[in-house]
Design a protein around this ligand. Structure first.
Ligand code: 9W1
Length: 417
């Protein structure tokens, strides 16, 4: 048996979710159509380690349609959707993934994906690359290269390359503009609002919506909440970011002030202790608090507990804390990423571009990998533009093209007043 999943009987439900994602991922479907004819991945064995979701399933099946043999594991013990894993297993993918596995099982699954001696790797967080570099060095000579999906993984790979410990070329998919810019702003923005609404079903219009941290994720959340009629307040430590928020039309103030006026708070800073005891003490009755930063350290839950008289789960992903001052505050998803815990992560339309970068990078490794060094490579600008063009075209949109005269004008430093 070349798979291990929770329950194969879930396959039919998973297949419907995959088909839904396919209908929202036009770039991936265009790539599938084009490359199933030319089979650029024929003879390749791709081991992948990435969240087993409906969108990832579209990537897996596109890699296979282009000729590759594929084996897969999840890159996080809690992100696997069991019905998706079942649907992939049923379709003959060597998949090892189930929700809620322990750390030992997690690495066991990664190792199973290496059984067929991959020629290419595809990572989100670099655990597969690390497993090859530490426990399965014997397989490295057979590997042409790999791709990495996330900021964290790319960071790890660059450090490894600098130390000369990286043994095969890695393409940094994360750093494509059609990946990180869209993921962070539009993916996090919508899915975080979605998580808040699923957990609370509150009206956003007219609410004071406080975003802590006005980076890409904070901007995504703020712009979307504003679009639904909320009054957005941003808190910042960086004056440039604060200025951007101001010129976006948002109010800027320190958390010490925002705490007293906010109805909904979302942290997106990457920093710990953004909301602490003295803030909880000032909050209005009914305030809602959540986090969309990577680690659940932004809201100091210990402080909240210490102020609470009692607590109860009043809805899914919604904890009501009755404070000693008589007010109630509501913590969503226990301070974990609200967009993943209470919603479904980034929408398929956003993953469409991220995964198009993954797919084209795998194809590039087949063509160029043998000449590449054991370094971290960027996505070529032409690929980024190609993906954006195809995405636009699938949305029925067109852009203008410069005339030769305009191109000459752009490069003519003599042209002036
Ligand atoms: N990635 N297909 C949970 C997602 C966990 C997750 C995580 C995504 C996607 C941020 C990738 C409960 C999807 C993923 C659904 C879900 C991520 C961690 C995706 C958003 C990032 C730590 N990081 N991502 N879709 N779990 O949305 O692959 O529902």
């Amino acid at each position: 048996m070349n798979y291990k999943v929770k329950d194969l009987k879930m396959a039919e439900a998973g297949r419907m979710k995959i088909e839904w994602a396919e209908s929202r991922m036009p770039v991936m479907m265009a790539l599938r159509e084009k490359y199933s004819k030319t089979q650029p991945l024929k003879g390749q064995r791709i081991a992948g380690c990435l969240h087993v979701t409906k969108e990832t399933a579209v990537l897996v099946e596109t890699l296979r349609a282009a000729g590759a043999e594929v084996s897969w594991s999840g890159c996080n013990p809690l992100s696997t959707q069991d019905e998706i894993a079942a649907a992939l297993a049923k379709n003959g993918i060597a998949i090892y993934a189930w929700h809620g596995m322990n750390v030992e099982e997690f690495y066991w699954c990664i190792e199973r994906t290496l059984d067929f001696k991959p020629t290419l790797t595809l990572d989100d967080g670099a655990d597969l690359i690390m497993t090859l570099h530490t426990k399965h060095k014997e397989l490295i000579p057979g590997i042409t290269g790999g791709t990495e999906e996330t900021t964290t993984g790319v960071h790890r790979m660059r450090a490894m390359a600098a130390a000369k410990d990286l043994k095969y070329p890695i393409i940094a998919v994360n750093d494509a503009e059609t990946k990180w810019d869209f993921d962070n702003v539009y993916g996090t923005g919508q899915s975080s609002i979605d998580g808040i609404l699923r957990a609370t079903s509150v009206l956003l219009a007219g609410k004071n919506f406080v975003v802590a941290g006005y980076g890409h994720c904070g901007r995504g959340c703020g712009v979307r909440a504003g679009g639904m009629g909320a009054n957005v307040i941003a808190t910042e430590v960086n004056p440039i970011q604060a200025l951007k928020a101001t010129l976006e039309g948002f109010r800027v103030m320190p958390m010490d002030e925002a705490a007293a006026v906010g109805d909904i708070f979302i942290t997106a800073t990457g920093m710990k202790d953004v909301i602490v005891k003295r803030h909880f003490e000032k909050m209005k009755d009914g305030a809602i608090i959540c986090n969309t930063g990577h680690y659940d350290v932004e809201i100091n839950i210990g402080d909240l507990e210490s102020l609470a008289e009692s607590k109860r789960t009043i809805r899914d992903n919604c904890e009501e804390y009755l404070l000693k001052n008589g007010r109630r505050v509501y913590l969503l998803a226990q301070g974990r990423l609200v967009n993943l815990a209470a919603a479904e992560g980034h929408p398929s339309e956003v993953m469409d571009m991220s995964f198009a970068n993954q797919f084209l990078s795998q194809v590039r490794l087949v063509k160029e990998g043998k000449q590449m060094k054991a370094e971290v490579y960027d996505i070529p600008e032409a690929q980024d533009r190609e993906i954006a063009s195809v995405k636009l075209a699938t949305m029925g949109l067109k852009v203008d093209a410069l005339t030769p005269e305009q191109i000459a004008y752009a490069d003519d430093y003599l042209a002036g007043t």
